[in-house]
Write a protein that binds this ligand. Structure first.
Ligand code: SIN
Length: 171
C-alpha cells in the first residue's frame, strides 16, 4: 500500500490513535500554531465551541512537530477525526537530522465555518477553561500540547503563554 508522511502540530503530536510505520521530530517553515480554530466535535459543542490549533502563515517562522509515515488507509480515520474545518494540504517537511519530504498537513483556513480567529489571550484561555466536548476538556488539549512541546524541546510563546494563563486560573 502507498506510504505517506503526515505532519502533526497539535493533537496529532500527542494523540496518535492510528497505526504508523515511523514517527520523527520535524519542522515546517513559514507557519506558527494558533488556538484559532473552533472545536464543536472534540473539545466543545456546537452551542459552546472550544478552541483548538490551526496554523497561520508567518514569514521566517519555524513550527516544530512530528511527522508520521502512514499507509494510505489511515486517511479515512484522520479525515474523520479532523473533519471540523480542516482540509489536507501538502507542505515541505524537514525531518530533524536531514531529509526533506512532502507531508500532508491538516490545516483549518480562516474561511472554514468553525474558524474563530484571534482574540486576546486571556479570552482564549477563559474559553479553553470552560469548554468540554466528547473527546474531553479543552484544558486537557492545551496542557497536553504544552507538555508534548516541552518533550520536543520546542519554544512556542503562544502555547506556553496560554498554558500559564490557564494554570493561573486554577487548572
Ligand atoms: C494537528 O495536530 O496536526 C492538527 C490539529 C489537531 O488535531 O489538533
Amino acid at each position: 500500500m502507498t506510504e505517506h508522511w503526515v505532519f502533526g502540530y497539535g493533537s496529532l503530536i500527542w494523540k496518535a490513535d492510528f497505526p504508523f510505520l515511523d514517527r520523527r521530530q520535524a519542522t515546517i517553515s513559514g507557519w506558527e500554531r494558533r488556538f484559532w480554530q473552533g472545536s464543536h466535535d472534540h473539545r466543545g459543542t456546537p452551542e459552546a465551541p472550544g478552541r483548538v490549533l490551526t496554523l497561520t502563515p508567518v514569514p521566517g517562522a519555524v513550527c516544530s512537530g512530528v511527522v508520521y509515515k502512514v499507509t494510505e488507509d489511515v486517511f479515512e480515520h484522520l479525515d474523520h477525526r479532523e473533519k471540523n474545518g480542516y482540509r489536507r494540504v501538502t507542505l515541505d517537511v524537514d525531518i530533524d537530522g536531514g531529509d526533506r519530504v512532502l507531508g500532508t498537513v491538516y490545516f483549518a483556513d480562516h474561511d472554514n465555518p468553525a474558524f474563530l480567529g484571534t482574540a486576546p489571550l486571556a479570552e482564549i484561555a477563559a474559553q479553553i477553561e470552560r469548554s468540554n466536548g466528547p473527546s474531553g476538556s479543552n484544558a486537557e488539549y492545551l496542557l497536553e500540547i504544552a507538555s508534548a512541546l516541552r518533550v520536543l524541546r520546542t519554544q512556542d510563546a503562544h502555547v506556553f503563554r496560554l498554558e500559564s494563563l490557564l494554570k493561573g486560573r486554577g487548572c
